[in-house]
Ligand binder design. Structure first.
Ligand SMILES: [Zn+2]
Length: 216
């Protein structure tokens, strides 16, 4: 089971970095990491990233029971999505959920983000699938996301946003930023007549690199 050293610090630092990179606004989006004891530390619901401190983070077990709750905070409203990912994938240490604009455009169209730049395959395992729609906050969001995440580092959530998984928060944030950037590139390439697909071998080789690196 993959866990994150200094998980509280890593979650807080990455939450602030996510805001600086413009991948979230206000209190939307959320980050979690797996502690060595198997429990999960996550960002709280409805707290501004700029003002968030270590004391705002919430610890839950894999069933969602709150174990540590300083300052009366509640776990993120999408905690069920995070927990479904940890239960399904033993080799991940961190989950990020966000609603960046370009990726969410593809999620609204129920279209995958194509692996039109080879970097995407290396860091996510190839094209980013779109999970089936489920209402925000319902268990279905996590169930559908897990299916779309099989063998991948990221998935779109239909009519909602995206989710990414990986070994630790900073690396998962890199995946979120890369998916968002690739969605923007794919959109622009379509305006120029459509992206020319990469040779299948290139995508397969890079996806193989992803499988080797996924939990490192
Ligand atoms: Zn959301």
């Amino acid at each position: 089971m993959k866990s994150v050293p200094n998980a509280h610090q890593a979650v807080l630092a990455t939450a602030k970095q996510m805001l600086r990179k413009g991948l979230v606004e206000g209190t939307s989006g959320n980050i979690s990491a797996r502690l060595p004891d198997g429990n999960i530390v996550c960002t709280p619901s409805s707290v501004d990233y700029e003002e968030m401190s270590m004391g705002d983070l919430v610890v839950v077990d894999l069933d969602g029971a709150v174990l540590e709750k300083a300052q009366g905070r509640s776990p993120t409203s999408e905690i069920l999505l995070h927990l479904a990912c940890y239960r399904a994938f033993d080799d991940i240490g961190s989950v990020i959920h966000a609603h960046p604009v370009w990726a969410t455009m593809f999620a609204c169209a129920h279209q995958p983000v194509p692996a039109c730049v080879d970097e995407l395959s290396m860091y996510t395992g190839g094209e980013v699938r779109c999970a089936e729609y489920a209402m925000s906050g319902s268990p279905g969001v996590g169930e559908n996301a897990v299916k779309a995440l099989e063998g991948k580092g990221a998935a779109l959530l239909a009519n909602h946003g995206m989710v990414a998984v990986g070994p630790e928060p900073a690396k998962v944030l890199h995946i979120v930023a890369l998916v968002e950037r690739t969605a923007q590139i794919a959109w622009g390439a379509r305006a120029l007549g459509g992206p020319v697909p990469l040779p299948q071998k290139a995508n397969e080789d890079f996806a193989g690199v992803y499988q080797l690196m996924r939990s490192l």
